[in-house]
Design a protein around this ligand. Structure first.
Ligand code: FES
Length: 104
C-alpha cells in the first residue's frame, strides 16, 4: 500500500470546478463541489478520452467526447453511453492540503 501523496492545496481547485494533476504516469482529475473534494482517473471509462475537457454541472460530469454522464459523488454512469463507472481515487483533505492514496 502506498502512502498519501500531496497533489494540491484546497484553494488551487476552483469552487464548482476541476483541476488536473499528474502523479507518476497518472492524470488525476480533482473536483471541488461546494467544498467537497473528489478525485478520479482523468480517463473516461467509455473510450479513454480525457474527462478534463468535459463539463461539470452540479454533481454531473459530462465527458466532452461522446457525452457520457457521471455522478461525481460516486462515479456511477448516468446515461447509456457507458455502463462503466469512473475510476475513483482515495482523496483526503488534511488541513489545506489535498492528498491521494493510489491503490491500483
Ligand atoms: S470517451 Fe468519454 S464519452 Fe466517449
Amino acid at each position: 500500500m502506498r502512502e498519501y501523496i500531496k497533489v494540491a492545496r484546497v484553494e488551487e481547485v476552483p469552487k464548482n470546478g476541476m483541476k488536473l494533476v499528474k502523479v507518476d504516469n497518472l492524470e488525476i482529475l480533482l473536483i471541488n463541489i461546494d467544498g467537497d473534494f473528489y478525485a478520479y482517473d482523468n480517463w473516461c471509462p467509455h473510450m479513454g478520452y480525457p474527462l478534463f475537457f468535459g463539463k461539470l454541472e452540479g454533481y454531473v460530469l459530462t465527458c466532452g467526447f461522446h457525452y457520457a454522464k457521471f455522478d461525481v459523488k460516486n462515479g456511477r454512469p448516468l446515461n447509456k453511453t457507458t455502463e462503466k463507472p469512473l475510476r475513483k481515487i482515495k482523496l483526503k483533505k488534511i488541513g489545506s492540503d489535498l492528498v491521494i492514496q493510489l491503490t491500483f
